[in-house]
Design a protein around this ligand. Structure first.
Ligand code: RNT
Ligand code: ZN
Length: 421
């Protein structure tokens, strides 16, 4: 479809939505204001740039696949991310992990990470209008090999990871100051046990103590916003996870932090979408890690499935878009890694667009009472409305290929760059 055809199709769609009381232009303006935080770790299978190649020891994370072209250094990773951003409409964010600092070939341990190690990223991000977020890396390290970090009952180990997270918050604050916008700092630790244990109390007491020590240092929320990411279970932590949802929810509510909901970190029948209206009245803001679990927390690429559509609908219905931060979190090495970024980010944005195109007032009128049939029929009808035409128009207007045309550019990049690595 050429430009003119996209515009014609859009004009028809716009009228159809208008007939249902929906302003497509307003929806697109709101969509453009939403930034996703794009996770750098999809580009290199979570390898990072530390001198010591640590593998993913003690992480419970598993990257599978052997597509060619994994980014091997910071220049390659930035080039790949830039290529992905060029195919995603809107202005987005870069989500870093501590292990992606630039350490100049030196062995800098995790408790010695400094803001200067992230200057290069800031210099790269600034002219591109990208804001940066940061995650401590409490895995892929010999001191995480036991499977315990902040909840470790070995005081040396625990102290080491407390110091690491303190370093990361210092870096995040410096990034936030420099970019004149908060850096979202999200903490996930793998801590837990593979088999039946007998001291959940001790592990959680240690985690609580570590968190309180970490957050003794206060930073302005203009610079850093802290989030805590829970998990139900992981590889190697099947029997017990110290940082469970209840633990972090309690912590976040009493210490005024954010919780981070990862879509892969709950029982498969639990809905993160449903949690937003339950938690947001009590917490200022939340962070989302949008991922796709296939049978388990498998971190598959995000697709526009019912889970993502429900989540997007709840984000939009909350009318609190600025209090809900959306990051992506998956790592798939089985196909083109740049394409995986683009596919997942576009799927999330499409979900948000569909949600923004809902006739909100009409739906609310039909909620509750004897109007169930009318409500369900309208919800069914909305699924058939031509959001794809609105999406394609949005892409063209924002200088990125519509429909699946972006694939050609990803293929060309693979031929030109990735396959030569
Ligand atoms: C792990 C968490 C965590 C990581 C990243 C790499 O289960 O989802 O967010 O995926 O920090
Ligand atoms: Zn996550």
């Amino acid at each position: 479809m050429d430009h003119a055809a996209v515009e014609r199709t859009y004009a028809a769609a716009r009228d159809e939505y208008a007939g249902r009381g929906v302003d497509t232009e307003a929806a697109l303006a709101r969509l453009l204001a939403i930034s996703l935080s794009l996770h750098c770790w999809q580009g290199d299978d979570l390898a990072g740039f530390e001198k010591r190649a640590a593998g993913l020891a003690g992480s419970g994370l598993q990257v599978t696949g052997c597509a060619p072209g994994r980014a091997r250094d910071v220049d390659e990773l930035r080039a790949d991310m830039a290529q992905a951003f060029a195919l995603i409409p809107g202005r987005h964010r870069v989500n870093l992990h501590a292990m992606y600092g630039e350490f100049g070939g030196r062995a800098v341990d995790r408790d010695a990470i400094e803001p200067e190690h992230f200057r290069g990223w800031q210099e790269w991000a600034r002219p591109r209008g990208l804001k940066i977020d940061l995650n401590p890396t409490c895995f892929a390290h010999p001191r995480a090999a036991s499977g315990y970090t902040l909840a470790s009952r070995e005081s040396g180990v625990r102290r080491f990871w407390v110091d690491h997270v303190k370093c990361c918050r210092k870096v995040a604050a410096s990034i936030g100051r420099e970019q004149q916008a908060p850096c979202l700092h999200n903490l996930w630790v793998p801590d837990g046990s593979k088999d039946v244990g007998a001291d959940r109390w001790g592990a959680r007491a240690a985690l609580l103590k570590s968190l309180d020590e970490i957050f003794e240092v206060e930073y302005s929320p203009q610079q850093v916003k802290d989030a805590l990411e829970s998990k139900l279970f992981g590889l190697g932590s099947e029997s017990f996870v110290a940082g469970s949802h209840e633990f972090y929810l309690g912590y976040a509510l009493t210490r005024k932090k954010m919780v981070c909901f990862d879509l892969g970190h709950f029982h498969p029948t639990e809905s993160v979408a449903d949690k937003l209206s339950a938690v947001l009245p009590f917490t200022g803001e939340v962070l989302l890690h949008v991922s796709r679990g296939v049978r388990w927390d498998s971190d598959h690429v995000v697709l526009l499935n019912d889970e993502v559509r429900d989540l997007a609908a709840e984000i939009v219905r909350s009318q609190a878009l600025d209090r809900i931060h959306i990051a992506l979190d998956y790592f798939d090495a089985s196909f083109n890694r740049v394409g995986a970024w683009v596919l997942g980010a576009r799927a999330m944005l499409k979900g948000l667009l569909i949600a923004l195109l809902e006739p909100r007032d009409r739906l609310r009128e039909l909620d509750g009472g004897p109007k169930t049939l009318a409500r369900l029929s309208l919800l069914e009808e909305l699924k058939a409305l031509p959001f794809g035409a609105v999406w394609d128009f949005h892409c063209l207007k924002n200088g990125v290929p519509p429909s699946d045309k972006w694939l050609r550019e990803v293929d060309a990049y693979e031929r030109r760059v990735l396959s030569r690595r």
